[in-house]
Design a protein around this ligand. Structure first.
Ligand SMILES: CC(C)(COP(=O)(O)OP(=O)(O)OC[C@H]1O[C@@H](n2cnc3c(N)ncnc32)[C@H](O)[C@@H]1OP(=O)(O)O)[C@@H](O)C(=O)NCCC(=O)NCCS
Length: 253
């Protein structure tokens, strides 16, 4: 998986998925100054965070999202308008003309990933790998997934847990129905080294119509991407905040 510096003219091909990566650990002052670039509801949400670092991550992630979408739409990032599904999934406001542009954002431990495509609804998830209590798997994973996890040697369990978690989240996020979609209604692969796949769906969906991709966003992280489109080319870009502090974070499109 090659994360590349973006070519300023990198257009989004019809069959492509572009995955962008950025570090949210920006100076607090930059995030504070970027606040006016957000919509009223985003600003209100930012102000509701109790901890400064959570507020900073939200503002920087939204600035990243707006900046990347503005790049494809040839707009100023303040002109991007979102609407939300009843489960909270953001999409571009329907008033926009042109081909649909699907996207999904995720962040964990100061790293954010954003997937953008014209193909179909998409879901992406990233997690920082940390120690977990095995009881969590029993609560959230399907019977087949728990059995597979139990059969793995101890040193692989943690990575396998987060493979499973991010793959399930990516699928849920592509479907956009949040946790109203029962987590035991589908099985994903999880063994480290085995290909990412949706192995079974028990709600009438066809597992074979989904592409599930394992992502390596950086040391200590694992990620996954899900889309109901099989013939897609993946490209990986590193979003770079221009040096020079607050002004560039605010003004750079
Ligand atoms: C909200 C949810 C979609 C993702 O939550 P998450 O994993 O904590 O957060 P992520 O960082 O991956 O994604 C958050 C982003 O997804 C997008 N999003 C919000 N609601 C969404 C939805 N219903 N569907 C898809 N994307 C959604 C937003 O862009 C959001 O960013 P924002 O917080 O800046 O608005 C939902 O799946 C959830 O509540 N998960 C809880 C975790 C869980 O129990 N997982 C079980 C896995 S086995």
């Amino acid at each position: 998986m090659m994360w590349q510096k973006p070519d300023p003219n990198n257009g989004l091909g019809k069959d492509q998925i572009h995955v962008w990566r950025t570090n949210l650990n920006r100076p607090f002052q930059d995030a504070h100054c970027a606040l006016p670039c957000l919509a009223d509801d985003e600003r209100a949400r930012a102000m509701r965070f109790h901890f400064d670092n959570h507020r900073r991550d939200f503002i920087v992630a939204r600035t990243f999202l707006r900046s990347v979408l503005a790049h494809y739409l040839d707009l100023d990032r303040t002109q991007i308008k979102f609407e939300y599904s009843s489960y909270g999934k953001p999409a571009l406001a329907a008033s926009r003309r042109g081909a649909p542009l699907f996207f999904n954002l995720t962040h964990s431990h100061q790293l954010a990933l954003l997937a953008v495509t014209e193909q179909a609804e998409i879901g992406i998830d990233v997690e920082f790998i940390r120690a977990v209590d095995e009881g969590i798997a029993e609560r959230y994973f399907s019977r087949a997934e728990v059995a597979c996890l139990r059969a793995l040697p101890g040193e692989l369990k943690n990575e396998a847990f987060f493979n499973c978690w991010t793959r399930k989240e990516a699928y849920i996020k592509a479907r956009g129905e949040g946790l109203s979609l029962p987590l035991d209604e589908f099985d994903v692969s999880l063994a480290p080294g085995a290909p990412a796949a949706i192995l079974a769906v028990r709600n009438g969906e066809e597992a074979s119509t989904w592409r599930l991709e394992h992502l390596q966003p950086g040391p200590g992280y694992v990620g996954a991407l899900a889309i109901r489109a099989l013939k897609t080319e993946l490209k990986f870009w590193d979003w770079e905040w221009p040096d020079g502090g607050t002004e560039t974070l605010i003004q750079d499109g």
